[in-house]
Design a protein around this ligand. Structure first.
Ligand code: HAM
Length: 403
């Protein structure tokens, strides 16, 4: 089951707030794009392009192949290049939010339609920008009062990556007989994928590490990033196996991991993609970004929150009591309490069961007897104790104890 709409909306709203504070502006990008956009960016050997895209032929004259976007980055780069910003005003900061589609096996935290909140920054090659992206996610984490940890790695650049790639290729060839079918097929085209194979875990562990192959500028970039993260108090571990499932990354890659969403623990991920703008027909402009899995973060939020439960369940027995209950509920809400008035069509026992199940902290019960005395029964659902309170004192009692 997915996360409740309210939790999704909270994550999106807070993420917007963080992005705006970092002077990042919203961009709207299409849900439907040409298939080749993803083939040329996410990568031919990525799981996304190989098996997860919802792609189909348009019935236009050219029978153009289109796809529901599996991620936001390629569409943002395409829009950026099409608007000519890569040449006229390359330094840009965008965020987007909306549905993405991947044909994955659904499970908790993994859906075929899910929402991402992404940020893409163009024209900045410095490590401070990579750090800022992680700081944004960390600010959101704080805002939502969640625990997250970051895993980081560097994959090198056009200068040093070929040496690493060659070392991996040779390592893979030496273990060819032990590789899973996918790795076997992909080895020559993209040996990096060996590192994040979920089947060949042992082989991946013994494989060469990108960090050992970095050239001096990449090494310095990574060192600066780590210093800036330490300065900002962003908790992180270096994970040399973090290559990410997309082909466009250079230098920095990272994932934010939560323990609250089970096996699908990556709630946000991203990295630098310095060659992508050029690969999609633009100028040689660096880029870096991340996407938050809104559903996963919302699930983590749900798992950690208790304030989504009502403070008060109001139980009215009979029509006259219901009128009073509606008035009292209004007063309680005006005082900031979360209140649900339960159906008057049930008996007291059923209503108490329902109040319990709602997770409410308090039940306020108004029957004929209380009605006559201008009172209500205030029941503490956690302690299972109760007392009679004058209706006019209820809000003060509740805000005193619930606040
Ligand atoms: P990604 O790692 O493929 O990266 O996805 C980012 C996040 O989206 C994941 O960490 C996860 O939280 C969420 N996500 C992915 N697939 C699913 C799914 N099937 N169900 C629920 N949530 C999911 C990207 O998409 C890159 N575009 C990120 C990026 C932006 N890199 C640079 N800029």
């Amino acid at each position: 089951m997915g996360a409740p709409a309210r939790a999704l909306a909270t994550v999106e709203e807070r993420a917007r707030g963080v992005a705006e504070r970092h002077n990042v502006s919203e961009i709207r990008i299409p849900v439907l794009e040409r298939l080749e956009l993803f083939q040329h960016s996410s990568g031919e050997t990525s799981d996304i392009v190989e098996k997860q895209m919802y792609a189909f032929g348009d019935s236009d004259e050219a029978a153009t192949m289109v796809a529901l976007r599996p991620e936001g980055t390629p569409g943002v780069v395409r829009a950026y290049v099409e608007a000519g910003l890569d040449r006229s005003d390359p330094e840009q900061r965008f965020y987007y939010v909306g549905p993405m589609f991947r044909r994955e096996r659904p499970q908790k935290g993994r859906f075929r339609q899910f929402s991402q909140f992404g940020v893409e920054i163009f024209g900045r090659a410095d490590a401070a920008t990579d750090a800022e992206l992680m700081i944004m996610i960390d600010e959101l984490r704080r805002d939502l009062d969640l625990e997250l940890n970051f895993e980081i790695n560097s994959l090198g650049d056009a200068e040093c990556r070929p040496r690493f790639r060659q070392a991996l290729l040779e390592y893979g060839r030496a273990h060819l007989a032990e590789l899973c079918k996918d790795c076997h097929q992909r080895l020559e085209r993209n040996p990096l994928r060996l590192l994040d194979c979920k089947i060949d875990v042992k082989i991946a562990e013994g494989a060469p590490r990108s960090l050992d192959y970095l050239c001096d500028p990449c090494r310095a970039h990574f060192a600066t990033l780590r210093e800036l993260l330490a300065d900002a108090g962003v908790p992180n571990n270096v994970n040399p196996r973090l290559v990410r499932g997309l082909d466009y990354y250079t230098r920095t890659t990272f994932e934010a991991v939560s323990r609250a969403v089970g096996a699908q623990s990556a709630v946000a991920a991203g990295g630098r993609y310095d060659g992508l703008v050029e690969a999609l027909g633009g100028a040689a402009v660096p880029g870096t970004g991340f996407a938050i899995g809104v559903d996963r973060l919302a699930l983590a939020l749900e798992a950690s929150r208790s304030d989504v439960r009502p403070d008060v369940a109001l139980l009215a027995i009979g029509e006259a009591a219901m009128r009073v209950a509606m008035r009292l509920a209004g007063e309680m809400r005006a005082a900031g309490l979360r209140v649900e008035v339960l159906s008057p069509d049930r008996g007291l026992k059923a209503l108490l069961r329902r109040a319990d199940r709602s997770g409410a902290r308090w039940a306020v019960i108004i029957g004929d007897a209380e009605l006559g005395r201008g009172a209500a029964v205030l029941r503490d659902l956690e302690a299972s104790s109760q007392s009679e309170v004058a209706q006019r004192d209820l809000v003060a009692r509740l805000t005193g104890v619930a606040g």
